[in-house]
Design a protein around this ligand. Structure first.
Ligand SMILES: *Cc1c(COP(=O)(O)O)cnc(C)c1O
Length: 460
């Protein structure tokens, strides 16, 4: 007997439920008008399925909720801190851990402590808060993603890898200006594409041969570890924990947003081996986050994190997690709709520019598709195209983003397979009726990070 089910089931059952926003077409049309087609401005009760982001939006487990009752809210020396710290040390092996309220705060503490103006920090691809926190210090950033990673439709197992030849060339030329090298796992900006162990090892070798500390932006370390297990020769029999431990063993420190693979709604940390840097970072931390045994967190948050960081490395969970994203991506792809391939760890990206070939980039096909999808179905997605990433030139013209994408980011442990079937159905309906979708134009834009507060209107 060998029952081999094809269905990837949720490896949990539901104990506590929360209603979703049921609306009529007329209500959604009125809401779109009110917010100027900008889904960031919707209220959550107007949304049926919220795929805006996977950050801090997931569901916690019964173990996490019960652990929260043990939260020790002592200002100094909290028991909850020591549990959290022990868990982080077990996974990362780093000697020092500083808790923070989220990832960008860990970035800010690290970069404002160790960087000086005129330096350069290379990465596979910096996430936008990482880039902003580095550039705020008067430091340049550069992204050395392998060329395979820049082609959205190319099927390649590790599209998040760093181009190590480019890294070596930069080090050769400007060694003295490089204080650290970073690598983001998985590569969020590139669609949640993983980085291979071989690549992490090689980047580490290059850094250490040149005496440069190597840091990991570890937000999705568990998803990355599972991709290594599934795709990289030699790792099939290792546990996700063992793989994660090996990944971190090549690095000197990491920044982490626990709103992702911490399976929690808030939290983060900075972990590192250098005693001198951790002492300086801790002093900086006290002025902006809080005492070193709580950072920006309550004791109960640290309890939830200690449990979340254990649950996230469960192989059944990770199989389901990656399998879910792949399932949604395949349903959409099989309907002939172009997506970024292979699917990454936390989202399905639709190539709105290719799908809506009647809408030019400067009429924002990703924004248009996203607004239309909400209108027909109540699903909230996010534009990842020129409304977000176009670069303003000195003469006032815009250079478009490389691709006009629309992102369906999947919160962790939150939606069932039937929710995802509904999403696939709605996306397929939108594709079949694409001639109904018109381009959009800005009616308001802020000078920076315009996508959060922008207003648009449909072009007739
Ligand atoms: C989310 C994220 C961050 C920032 O973390 P926050 O908790 O949102 O501040 C940094 N890097 C990557 C790769 C991320 O996905």
């Amino acid at each position: 007997m060998s029952f081999e089910p094809k269905t990837t089931i949720e490896p949990f059952r539901i104990k506590s439920i929360e209603p979703v926003g049921m609306t009529t077409l007329e209500q959604r049309q009125a809401a779109l008008k009110r917010v100027g087609l900008n889904l960031f401005q919707l209220r959550s009760e107007e949304i049926l399925i919220d795929l805006l982001t996977d950050s801090g939006t997931g569901a916690m487990s019964a173990s996490q909720w019960s652990a929260m009752m043990l939260g020790d809210e002592s200002y100094a020396g909290s028991r909850s801190f020591f549990k959290f710290e022990a868990r982080v040390k077990k996974i990362t092996g780093f000697k020092y851990m500083l808790p923070t309220h989220q990832g960008r705060s860990a970035e800010h503490i690290l970069f404002s402590t160790i960087l000086t103006p005129g330096q350069i920090v290379p990465s596979n691809t910096h996430f936008d808060t990482t880039r902003a926190n580095i550039e705020m210090q008067g430091v340049e950033t550069c992204d050395f993603l392998i060329s395979e990673g820049k082609n959205p439709m190319l099927d390649y197992p590790f599209k998040g890898n760093m181009d190590t030849e480019k890294l070596e060339a930069l080090i050769e030329e400007k060694r003295d200006r490089i204080p650290i090298v970073m690598i983001t796992v998985t590569n969020n900006a590139g669609g949640g594409q993983p980085v291979s162990m071989a690549n992490i090892r090689e980047v580490s070798r290059i850094c250490h041969a040149n005496d440069i500390p190597f840091f990991i932006d570890a937000c999705r370390f568990a998803e990355n570890a599972m991709f290594i297990k599934l795709r990289e020769p030699g790792y099939a029999d290792r546990t996700p924990l063992q793989i994660a431990q090996e990944m971190f063993s090549y690095a000197d420190g990491c920044t982490m947003s626990a709103k992702k693979d911490g399976l929690s709604n808030i939290g983060g940390f900075l972990a590192l081996n250098s005693e001198a840097w951790s002492e300086r970072c801790r002093n900086k931390m006290i002025t902006i986050e809080g005492f070193p045994t709580y950072g920006g967190l309550a004791g109960y948050d640290m309890e939830a994190l200690a449990v979340g960081l254990e649950e996230v490395l469960d192989e059944h969970y990770l199989r389901y997690r990656l399998g879910t994203i792949e399932y949604l991506g395949m349903r959409i792809l099989e309907a002939g709709i172009p997506i970024v391939r292979p699917t990454g760890g936390h989202a399905v990206f639709i190539d709105a520019g290719a799908l809506l070939d009647h809408i030019p980039w400067h009429q924002y096909p990703g924004t248009a598709l996203s607004a239309y999808l909400y209108e027909i179905s109540g699903i909230r997605s996010g534009e990842m195209g020129s409304a977000v990433f176009a670069k303003k030139n000195a003469d006032g013209t815009l250079t478009p983003a490389p691709y006009e994408l629309m992102r369906l980011a999947i919160p962790r442990r939150m939606y069932t397979r039937s929710h995802l079937d509904y999403v696939a159905e709605a996306v397929i309906y939108a594709a079949r009726h694409k001639r109904e979708i018109r381009g959009v134009r800005f009616t308001y834009e802020a000078p920076v990070l315009r996508h959060f507060t922008a207003r648009f209107e449909w072009i007739d």
